[in-house]
Design a protein around this ligand. Structure first.
Ligand SMILES: Nc1ncnc2c1ncn2[C@@H]1O[C@H](COP(=O)(O)OP(=O)(O)O)[C@@H](O)[C@H]1O
Ligand SMILES: [Mg+2]
Length: 213
């Protein structure tokens, strides 16, 4: 059960959308919250794209995670199992049980569309998204298929990174992210260009021009 709710904690959740290879993982890897030395970080990442110590089984991850939390030290742990809704729910349940409003816990999700439905968020994932913030949870979710994830994360993630997407997704993402005044069609494939939206501020980043986070 999550403990020590703290209403003063800011919403730092980030949702990164873009085609495979558009630069989502690169952006997250280089994010100051992720690079922080004392970070407590876990990743659900079936394809092992993030820089963490992976467990290949739920039981192994469970043990490593519980030990790491108990140690009081920083950690970077990953779970690399088949990306099913069931496995993801088990992962989210472990996170929820350990969440503590006095200590940040960063959670990366390698491909949300594999494990989240476009309807309502599953139980523990839904809790992390809706109330995780006040229990110190900071979510960094990646998706290649923004139309296949639940709407909750769209409304709850205060920060959005949008890289190259196929035209099929443009109208949906422009509308749901609030990029109506920008055009996603101006982002060319393989350029790593992107929009970054935080509150009402929208920036355009390129390979050489970093956005202010
Ligand atoms: N802004 C960037 N500048 C230089 N190389 C980048 C940039 N963004 C991504 N890359 C490189 O492109 C490749 C794919 O990026 P990645 O972040 O893994 O894509 P995604 O997570 O969207 O599938 C990686 O080799 C990565 O290092
Ligand atoms: Mg990636």
């Amino acid at each position: 059960m999550a403990i020590n709710p703290n209403e003063d904690l800011k919403n730092q959740h980030l949702l990164a959308m873009g085609m495979s290879g558009s630069g989502k993982t690169y952006f997250i890897r280089n994010h100051p919250i992720i690079k922080r030395r004392g970070v407590r970080l876990v990743a659900f990442d079936a394809y092992e794209t993030h820089d963490v110590n992976f467990s290949k089984s739920m039981a192994g991850f469970h043990k490593n995670f519980v030990d790491a939390v108990k140690s009081g030290k920083s950690f970077r742990l990953g779970l690399s199992v088949s990306p099913t809704v069931e496995n993801f729910e088990k992962f989210c349940r472990l996170i929820w049980a350990a969440a503590d409003g006095n200590k940040e816990l960063v959670v990366i999700i390698g491909e949300l569309a594999d494990v989240a439905s476009s309807g309502k968020a599953s139980e523990f994932w839904g809790r992390l998204v809706r109330v995780g913030r006040k229990y110190g949870v900071i979510l960094f979710a990646e998706t290649q298929r923004p139309q296949e994830i639940d709407k909750t994360i769209f409304t709850q993630a205060g920060r959005k990174w949008v890289g190259y997407l196929e035209p099929y997704d443009h109208a949906y993402v422009e509308k749901n992210v609030g990029l109506e005044k920008m055009s996603l069609s101006t982002i060319e494939v393989d350029t790593y260009e992107h929009f970054y939206k935080h509150g009402s501020s929208i920036q355009r980043g390129t390979r050489n021009k970093k956005v202010k986070i």
